[in-house]
Design a protein around this ligand. Structure first.
Ligand SMILES: NC(=O)c1ccc[n+]([C@@H]2O[C@H](COP(=O)([O-])OP(=O)(O)OC[C@H]3O[C@@H](n4cnc5c(N)ncnc54)[C@H](OP(=O)(O)O)[C@@H]3O)[C@@H](O)[C@H]2O)c1
Length: 207
């Protein structure tokens, strides 16, 4: 499988590393252009390449959007139509500026991306774990106390694809429900940040 990355910072580069370890190809992108990613591509090896964000979006069977939330309006729309898109983004007003619809609780950060993209099948994932932990906390399926990560999304098939990817990275998956339920594992919730098993994550996500 080929995974496109829109954003190749701490989380993007970590997802890329984990994906390559599972035999996938990755196409990285950022805001400064492919040349600025040469060192990262070299460190990731022959299964990595770099493109523009439009190129990475077009290349990916799955595309991971992992950028500061304020940059969501820049994410290319047309090449992502119909695709499985993983949203790792969190809202930090001090970084992103205040977004009224999020401050009021009217919508969620993942729904903002989904609304921008229109036809993409957005699944919220990887937003509740710190990048260095994501790289190191994975364990084989069936390990006692295996860490679990939450997902949310409106498309069952897309959630299945993302669940299989996360499992291959070494984590159990707990489905928190439709995309709007992503609010249950946004920053400062009990389900965000802590190292939880599937059972304890279900409790943390709430009824
Ligand atoms: N760090 C974590 O542990 C962590 C954990 C969970 C969730 N998150 C969330 O995941 C997202 C990414 O976090 P991060 O820590 O990986 O961020 P980061 O290290 O700051 O990297 C951000 C990446 O986004 C790219 N970018 C910025 N604006 C862009 C645009 N308009 N178009 C394309 N790419 C753009 C940056 O490229 P340039 O450098 O070229 O600008 C950079 O590659 C954030 O929303 C963050 O809150 C982070």
């Amino acid at each position: 499988m080929r995974i496109g990355l829109i954003g190749s910072g701490r989380i993007g580069s970590t997802v890329a590393r984990l994906a390559i370890a599972q035999g996938h190809d990755v196409v990285l992108s950022n805001s400064r252009g492919p040349d600025s990613l040469a060192d990262l591509v070299a460190s990731l090896g022959p299964h990595a390449s770099a493109a523009t964000s439009t190129g990475a979006a077009a290349a990916g069977d799955i595309v991971v959007v992992t950028i500061p939330l304020r940059a969501v309006p820049d994410v290319p729309v047309e090449p992502l139509a119909g695709k499985v898109v993983i949203d790792t983004n969190n809202y930090y007003p001090q970084r992103d500026g205040h977004i009224t619809a999020l401050d009021s609780g009217e919508t969620t950060s993942a729904e903002l991306l989904a609304a921008h993209l229109g036809d993409a099948r957005v699944v919220k994932a990887f937003n509740s774990i710190e990048a260095s932990q994501l790289l190191n906390d994975g364990q084989p399926a069936g390990s006692p106390d295996r860490r679990a990560l939450p997902i949310a999304g409106d498309d069952a098939d897309a959630k299945k694809v993302v669940t299989e990817l996360i499992d291959s990275f070494g984590y159990d998956v707990v489905d928190a429900g439709p995309l709007a339920e992503g609010r249950r594992f946004e920053p400062s919730t009990p389900a965000s940040g802590a190292r939880l098993t599937a059972d304890s994550l279900r409790v943390a996500l709430g009824p």
